[in-house]
Write a protein that binds this ligand. Sequence first.
Ligand SMILES: Cc1cc2nc3c(=O)[nH]c(=O)nc-3n(C[C@H](O)[C@H](O)[C@H](O)COP(=O)(O)OP(=O)(O)OC[C@H]3O[C@@H](n4cnc5c(N)ncnc54)[C@H](O)[C@@H]3O)c2cc1C
Length: 449
Amino acid sequence: MMSTDDFSVTEHVELTHKAGCNLNDPSLVKTLCEQATDAKGWIEAQIGQGFNLKNNTQGYWYTGGGAGFFAALKQKIYEHPNIELMESYTVFKLLSDNGCQGALAVSSGETFAIQANATVLATGGYAGIYTRHDNPGNPVGAGISLALEAGSIVRDMEFVQFYPLGLAEPSLPTFMAFRPFPREAKVINIRAESVTEKYLDTDDLNEAIGTHRDKFSQAIEAEEQHGPVKLDLTNVNWDHLDHWFSLQFLTRYNFPWQTQPAIISPIAHHTMGGIAVDEFGRTSVKNLYAVGEVASGLHGANRLGSNSLTECLVFGKCVGVHAAEQKSPTVNEINFSKNFTSEKRPGSENLEKLQQACWKHLGLSRHASGLKTMRSVLESLEVQKNSRLESAHQIAVLVALFAEKRKESRGAHFRSDFPNLSDQQNHSLFVEKRDGNIVFVKSPESKSS
Ligand SMILES: Cc1cc2nc3c(=O)[nH]c(=O)nc-3n(C[C@H](O)[C@H](O)[C@H](O)COP(=O)(O)OP(=O)(O)OC[C@H]3O[C@@H](n4cnc5c(N)ncnc54)[C@H](O)[C@@H]3O)c2cc1C
């Protein structure tokens, strides 16, 4: 089966494993690549609208279909008779006793118990533990913390993808400048030298962003020691603006792009670590599922660009079908019991100190001494129970532990004191919580039915 007319399943599998430095779970990769076309067709048929295909020569899969697609999807969800939406609820605990039986959530100061035969976590990743990131809503890996507390196995937390071209102009918000750019676009250092030519042996900015995302980010960080690094679009022919959505997007921001290079710096963009799952999204806790960026195993040590939305589609469908089949005689119908007693409420503490420490010590480049400092920062931080800070803190502890354990550089994880790949570490790392302590374990064993 072909993934697109000019991009085969075999190529998609190979590229995904190559990007993930062979830490990907082969069964997840196989499922993704074999089912991508069908899942895309299925969702398009449901919604009555198509995705935009990104048919470029690097073999990337399709990207989001834009606002229209998501508006239509949302409308479909609102109209579906079997879906009851509970918006503005924050889940702060999973009900887990011999498997997962639902969750506790808070909304407008009230706490609710939601019982369920099957619980699916789709709470996103943890790029929000870093000062500079481009994820909407500041995600701090809440779902991963909840699942860990409930007994789930968590994997590969050291792997955080940084995107090289994050805007860092003081007058502009932090956002990603996405490709493709016209050929004349360059990233330049303080001496106006091309950073891609100097470090990556290519003058093709699109190739550098597509295939060398981690090395390109490290190159920018190295150049920043001497002065700001800039995206230079001054040689681009702006008469052809209608061909380049990337440029049209930039012009929404008030900056003289045509005459002045703009300061850029890497940003945390995507997180590969998370809850260990199988191809049905089953976690190691019975009746608990995970899908999307909260789940881990598909991308290995780094994510192939554009595989995430495909992941959400393919595994969203697998998980939905499987979870819907779960019938547990011990669990009641979904039931909202108002004012469920709990002193624990999610708060909204200032995460700044933690984010800065994560940026400095768990960012693009890690080193034993920085990881040691990080540990003392984490120990000294006062954390309020069931707050966003508690989730962020738990995730930072995990990233630090995994980064310490992986004494090599692989994919998105770079250790300046261990800059090479190690054959001995050609495997994923897994943890679980036992008696309140995080311990490394061999590999997950699915306990879901
Ligand atoms: C700027 C940008 C551009 C990207 N471009 C692409 C692209 O072109 N192609 C591609 O494939 N991927 C792309 N990605 C990656 C992709 O968008 C994400 O990986 C994907 O959207 C993750 O989806 P998700 O459903 O797992 O998580 P999210 O979309 O993050 O959704 C998680 C949801 O869970 C909610 N939530 C979290 N915690 C709780 C809680 N405790 N209780 C209740 N709700 C909670 C959040 O509020 C949020 O609504 C991009 C990402 C970014 C940031």
